[in-house]
Design a protein around this ligand. Structure first.
Ligand code: MN
Length: 310
């Protein structure tokens, strides 16, 4: 951490990158760091580049810079595990690259890499960086970082949240962040999504033995006027139902049904692998050729839940 600060001090221009399709934590890390460095080194040129995010656009707006700005610059890439995920490939045009990330280090693309999977969010890393180096956290940065912290931890609900997470969240609150303002921004919903949620709650199917699923035909997505991504985001609405530890959202595509399979009980990735999928122990994807295969799949899930109990 101290080495990173030493390195930053050597450069007049610092360009902060994130990943493609940036989420709250990526934005939080990028804009949080920008504000902290701007406050500590007012004469340095600090930029954030990359894609815009509609979801967290209140956090900041990317800078548009020409290639020559990278001359003698330091690139810092946050929240991005692998090279191919970096947004704006010009990061190599600078003199040096620093990687700051909390995902497993499969690709140490930086000249300097600070990777620590004990942090549930890169925003917590940036907050810690400021805290330990006794750097001021300006209000805009605290808003950015708190946004990143709560989005990547699912509002402090996921494992990985620690005493340090809450301590550093406290540091951000002290820096002025208004927690209600951020919650109201993140909790904003569109009328379309309200409608779709209503559909989800009135059309799911429960199967005795612990499986609940929802079929989402193409016509439904069109009727509610939502994007595929928005449609897929409702998967956890049917999670958490008592006595139904395995749930699935099935979305119709042109030649197949894509399944988002989730579990709060048995591991389900081995089951997903039987259906052209796989993934994590409790969150996997799978595919079916058509709706006709749903019954068989459902029976398999029930059998799988039974087998896991034995
Ligand atoms: Mn992250």
């Amino acid at each position: 951490m101290t080495n990173i600060l030493q390195e930053i001090k050597k450069f007049d221009t610092i360009i902060i990158h994130g990943h493609k399709r940036p989420d709250g934590d990526c934005y939080g890390g990028q804009y949080g760091l920008k504000g902290i460095l701007k406050a500590a080194f007012p004469h340095k040129n600090i930029y954030v580049v990359g894609e815009e995010s509609d979801y967290v656009k209140y956090v900041g707006t990317p800078d548009v810079i020409t290639d020559d700005v990278y001359k003698d610059a330091l690139s810092i890439v946050v929240d991005t595990a692998t090279k191919d995920r970096i947004s704006d490939m010009r990061y190599t045009l600078g003199k040096k690259v620093i990687k700051i990330d909390h995902h497993i280090d499969v690709d140490a693309y930086g000249d300097m890499n600070w990777v620590d999977t004990s942090y549930p969010a890169v925003s917590e890393m940036i907050t810690d960086f400021a805290f330990q180096n006794k750097l001021e956290i300006p209000l805009e940065s605290s808003i950015a970082l708190y946004t990143g912290l709560i989005t990547d931890t699912g509002r402090f609900r996921y494992r990985g949240v620690s005493k340090r997470t809450h301590t550093l969240a406290g540091v951000l609150i002290e820096a002025g962040v208004d927690v209600e303002f951020i919650d109201s921004k993140l909790s904003k919903e569109t009328l379309k999504m309200y409608g779709l949620k209503g559909y989800v709650y009135s059309n799911f199917t429960t199967v005795e033995g612990g499986f609940i699923y929802l079929k989402m035909p193409r016509a439904v997505i069109e009727e509610y006027g939502v994007t595929d991504e928005e449609a897929a985001s409702v998967v956890n609405l049917i999670g958490g139902l008592d006595r139904y530890p395995v749930w699935a959202l099935m979305i119709e595509y042109e030649n197949e049904i894509r399944i988002r399979l989730r579990s709060s009980g048995p591991t389900i990735n081995t089951l997903a692998e039987k259906y052209e999928g796989g993934g994590h122990a409790k969150a996997s994807g799978a595919r079916l050729p058509s709706w006709e295969h749903v019954d068989q799949f459902s029976k398999d899930v029930i059998q799988h839940i039974k087998d896991s109990k034995e």
